[in-house]
Design a protein. Structure first.
Length: 542
């Protein structure tokens, strides 16, 4: 298995919000092409682009109606082929986002299923039942029942997400062969890797009878055939030597080890999200609480050390299109905005695993701070606003929760300049609002500042590509003597580095600062005190 991804960094693009080339207020393929030199300047090797296939866009492209054609909103097939070629010419490979757990209900397969065609009904998960009684009392991830009734068929179909996203039946070999053909199609066009959406949900329970009520994801994650299905997909399509990453919803450590151990011929790496739930009260995304830093450190320690011990591999990240901005969540938007953004970046990029940069993260982009429900576009956020207010939560309280948790926080347009619409579009307005702080937080202003967050990210990416201790070394977490300060050691071939990161807006005392050559720090002066400064990060070569 090719392991070049271990020394690489991936840049994630949420296409709808990256760059608009034709003035319609929506990002597109040619917008990405226009910014390839900028992406190359970061030093990344791969570009993951969120789905731009034909879709009704109810879930912003994660409801695919045709896996082999481009949504005209984003461009043409020739635009796509040019993007693949031009990125390759600059030394970067394209990673496409494959949504294989479900399709749009507008997909040809599902439309045929609705006619009662038994072949295509078996492409999905239909169950008999009375109109008032779903097959199981399951809730979907976006709120409401995970089952939708089709009166004409007198059957229910399963959807773990929106009702417009019908789950595929991976037990059917015809479905698996259809999806393999999709991979082969894009591989032949020069795509260098694949990200698989909610991949650990594809294997459903063998029987739906007598299952308890609760979250549908809970009953479907890491199913009985999931490893077999993934191995078959990877081997039969010949993508074992390409970079592949699976998004794993509520997965376990043992499963992630198995998904990514090279001897099992499954995936290069996994996304897991446990570290991004440490501010969920009682595990509920829509119930706020301060981040539990002790839990955060323990999660990283357990996953990092165990994955290292068993030769598993992680995608390491803070942000993506489904998450709030990390500098708003664990850092500071005020006095220590720059220090906290750099500290959070240092922590992730020094870990064992392949780092992912989500567009705008390298600028320190913040949450949107929308104040009206009308400002939101995300189906999940809108649904949960209705659920929260329906339970008696005031509109003001519900908006505060949505403002901190909404996926739209990561979906506001990329902030290129201090000009109109942040340089994202020449239209009168973008498809979604732009935070007011774009006038100071943007590529143009940070390019000219040697101390900017942007230029710090470039240093991090360069250091990983050049330092085998970071790309290939083992990892061991250390006791800093302070729960707000995380410390770990990376070791390789007799050499090691120590990484110390303070997650605190205050000065913090630790056991001691390590002796050695400082490779990187997010302060422009050396630390002469016994304490760490607010949000300080230090990387020391022993």
């Amino acid at each position: 298995m090719n392991k070049d991804y271990r020394s690489s960094t991936v840049y994630q693009i949420y296409i709808k919000s990256f760059c608009d080339s034709n003035g319609d207020g929506i990002g597109d393929i040619n917008g990405i092409r226009s910014k390839l030199k900028y992406i190359q300047s970061l030093g990344v090797k791969y570009i993951w682009v969120t789905p731009f296939f034909c879709s009704p866009m109810i879930d912003n492209g994660y409801d695919v109606a045709d896996y082999k054609n481009i949504n005209p909103m984003f461009g043409t097939m020739s635009d796509c082929e040019a993007l693949i070629s031009e990125a390759g010419g600059l030394g970067m490979g394209l990673m496409f986002d494959m949504v294989f757990n479900h399709t749009s209900t507008q997909h040809e397969w599902f439309r045929k299923a609705l006619t009662g065609d038994p072949e295509y009904m078996n492409y999905y998960i239909f169950r008999d039942g009375d109109a008032d009684t779903p097959p199981a009392e399951w809730t979907c991830s976006f709120g409401g029942s995970a089952w939708e009734y089709v009166p004409e068929l007198k059957k229910w179909y399963l959807h773990l997400f929106d009702p417009s996203q019908a789950d595929l039946n991976w037990e059917n070999p015809k479905v698996r062969n259809e999806l393999k053909d999709v991979i082969r199609f894009w591989k032949a066009k020069g795509v260098k890797g694949f990200r698989f959406d909610v991949l650990n949900l594809i294997s459903k329970p063998e029987s739906l009878n007598n299952l308890p009520s609760g979250s549908a994801v809970k009953f479907c994650r890491d199913g009985h055939h999931v490893h077999d299905f993934i191995r078959e997909l990877v081997i039969d399509t010949g993508i074992e030597n390409m970079i592949t990453v699976g998004e794993m919803a509520s997965t376990t450590l043992d499963n992630c080890i198995n998904y990514t151990n090279p001897e099992r011929h499954e995936l290069s790496m996994c996304f897991n999200f446990h570290h991004l739930k440490v501010d969920y009260k009682d595990g509920n995304k829509w119930a706020l609480m301060p981040p539990d830093l002790n839990a955060l450190r323990n999660l990283f320690r357990e996953w990092q050390e165990s994955m290292s011990l068993h030769d598993g591999w992680s995608a390491v990240f803070w942000c993506n299109h489904d998450q709030p901005r990390i500098v708003s969540r664990l850092g500071s938007e005020g006095k220590y905005w720059k220090h906290s953004a750099k500290m959070l970046a240092t922590f992730i990029h020094m870990l064992r695993g392949t780092p992912y940069i989500f567009q705008g993260e390298e600028l320190g982009m913040t949450n949107a701070h929308f104040t009206r429900i009308e400002d939101y576009k995300d189906v999940e956020s809108i649904n949960y606003y209705k659920i929260l207010t329906g339970k008696g939560v005031t509109s003001e309280e519900a908006l505060n929760i949505i403002a901190q948790r909404s996926r739209d926080n990561g979906r506001t347009p990329m902030q290129w300049t201090s000009g109109r619409n942040a340089g994202f579009t020449e239209a009168d307005s973008a498809w979604i609002g732009i935070p007011d702080n774009y006038k100071s937080i943007n590529v143009e202003s940070e390019e000219s500042d040697p101390d900017s967050i942007l230029n710090y990210y470039r240093e991090l990416v360069k250091l990983r590509s050049e330092c085998r201790i970071i790309s290939d070394g083992s990892v061991k977490f250390l006791d800093s003597g302070n729960e707000r300060v995380f410390a770990f050691e990376r070791s390789f071939e007799g050499k090691s580095i120590i990484v110390i990161c303070s997650f605190s807006p205050n000065d913090e005392r630790i056991n001691k600062l390590p002796a050695g050559k400082v490779l990187l720090t997010n302060y422009d002066t050396s630390n002469e005190s016994e304490n760490l400064r607010p949000f300080e990060a230090i990387v020391v070569l022993k």
